[in-house]
Structures are given as structure tokens and as C-alpha cells.
Write a protein that binds this ligand. Structure first.
Ligand code: ZN
Length: 81
């Protein structure tokens, strides 16, 4: 690795976590069908499953972007690798 600014080879690379997106997965597909199924299941199990269903609805997933950043030890210049 060579610094593009001063051409020094004394360069450190490090992995940096940038940002963090929270993706939400809902019950997008077949929502109407889902409601019907929910009602039926609720009737069958006397509302017990309704509680479980609410809890499991929608998963939150956080993903981080790892990027590698090089830092020149000579001039301090940093850039994305
Ligand atoms: Zn440099």
C-alpha cells in the first residue's frame, strides 16, 4: 500500500463500521390472507395465538457497512480502500 499523497509505504489499514441501517421486515405479502388466518387461529386457540402472532410480527435487523480505510503514518492522509 502506497500513500497517494506523499508516496510513503508507511500506511495503516483499518476496518471502520459506517452507519447502520435498520431494516424492518413486516408481513407485506398476503396481508389480507394473514388476517383471515389470524382470526381463524385465534378462534381455534381462544385468542392464545394472537399474542404470539403480535410478538413475532416484524423483525428488526440492523446491518453495518464495514469499510476499509487506509491511513498514512507519514502525512496523516486517509482514504477508502
Ligand atoms: Zn502520506
Amino acid at each position: 500500500m502506497v500513500c497517494p499523497k506523499c508516496n510513503s509505504t508507511d500506511v495503516n489499514t483499518q476496518i471502520v463500521q459506517s452507519g447502520g441501517k435498520t431494516k424492518k421486515h413486516g408481513n407485506g405479502i398476503g396481508g389480507h390472507l394473514n388476517n383471515t388466518a389470524r382470526g381463524l387461529t385465534a378462534l381455534c386457540t381462544l385468542g392464545m395465538s394472537n399474542l404470539v402472532w403480535k410478538k413475532s410480527k416484524g423483525n428488526e435487523k440492523t446491518s453495518y457497512n464495514n469499510k476499509t480505510v487506509a491511513v498514512c503514518q507519514n502525512c496523516g492522509h486517509s482514504w477508502n480502500v
